[in-house]
Write a protein that binds this ligand. Structure first.
Ligand code: NCD
Length: 310
């Protein structure tokens, strides 16, 4: 894999994805083999938006590779408060670190920031844009639970603002996957994303629905997402769709016994807690997969950028 920056999943070929997932599986089997691999390497964390899983799993991954992190901390406690531009902030922090992880509320922020730095910059979410490292752990989880070949997946919830959905949908066009998108009309995938998906996929595997019922029995994986309240320009618009799609034990009656339910988390009320105890629930495993997958990604990027040999 040869990428200086990872901004969207559109950059990733099937071979790139398989390289990361295979590496992650090796690391998952024997994490001790890489425990000192990146000693003295530093990862810069720049999170301009809240994060639990993404930030902590990057931090865990870097430390489990023998390296460490430096963290800008909250926007409130940083020079961003004094009016510093993102371009200046990333140019400063790249001088302290070997790679950067950026999360920002503005779509396109990661692309812009990457133009100012030489160290690899990983997009950990840019507004309603993309979240490619989440996609890699999502694909890892799908591969472990259902396989990536001949996959039928339902992606449900906030498809308009959900960046994890955008990144996952693009990446799945590399595989033989039928993608069913389920949402209220107001939260459908942006039209340009649908257009791109049809182009990439040849049109065979992309369908949009407003109800889960008609597709649920055919699904191998159901990927549920939170309605992204913070991205709605108008709270009333959010209230109109809040709680629209919820999965509970009754929903499962119409599903295949082998259904895998995923969610990037955090959940609000999309999945009833009773589901957690079923064999279908893969979302906590999915969150845990963030560590080996981000270890694999960092290992591949830092090795290319550094002078250590296999
Ligand atoms: C997601 C995000 O930040 O886009 N969270 C995550 O990284 N696992 C999903 C969300 O916030 O709904």
């Amino acid at each position: 894999m040869r990428h200086d920056h990872l901004i969207t999943s559109k950059q990733l070929s099937r071979a790139d994805i398989e390289t990361v997932l295979d590496r992650a599986a090796e690391i998952d089997d024997d994490p001790s083999a890489v425990a000192d691999r990146h000693a003295n390497r530093l990862l810069g964390l720049l999170f301009f938006e809240p994060s639990t899983r993404t930030k902590m799993s990057f931090e865990t991954a870097m430390k489990r590779l023998g390296g460490d992190v430096v963290d800008m901390g909250s926007v409130e406690s940083s020079s961003v408060k004094k009016g510093e531009t993102l371009a200046d902030t990333v140019r400063v922090i790249e001088g302290y670190t070997d790679a950067l992880v950026l999360r920002h509320p503005k779509q396109g922020a990661a692309t812009m920031a990457s133009e100012f730095v030489d160290v690899p910059l990983l997009n950990a979410g840019d507004g309603a844009g993309h979240h490619p490292t989440q996609t890699l752990l999502d694909l890892y989880t799908i591969r472990e639970n259902a396989g990536l070949d001949d996959l039928t997946i339902g992606i449900m919830g906030d498809l308009k603002y959900g960046r994890t959905v955008h990144s996952l949908a693009y990446a799945l066009t590399n595989f033989d996957a039928r993608q069913h998108f389920i949402s209220p009309e107001s939260l459908q995938l942006p039209r340009e994303v649908v257009y791109d998906l049809h182009q990439a996929d040849g049109g065979a595997g992309i369908r949009e629905h407003d109800s889960l019922e008609e597709v649920l029995p055919s699904l191998d994986v159901l990927y549920v997402t939170r309605i992204q309240r913070e991205r709605f320009p108008d709270e009333q618009e959010y209230q109109k769709v809040a709680g629209e799609y919820q999965i509970d034990m009754e929903t499962l009656e119409a599903a295949s016994d082998d259904l895998t339910i995923m969610h990037p988390l955090p959940r609000v009320d999309e999945i009833a807690p009773a589901i957690d105890e079923t064999e279908c629930a893969a979302y906590f495993e999915q969150a845990h997969n963030g560590v080996p997958v981000r270890m694999a990604l960092l290992d591949l990027l830092l090795r290319e950028g550094g002078d250590d040999d296999e």
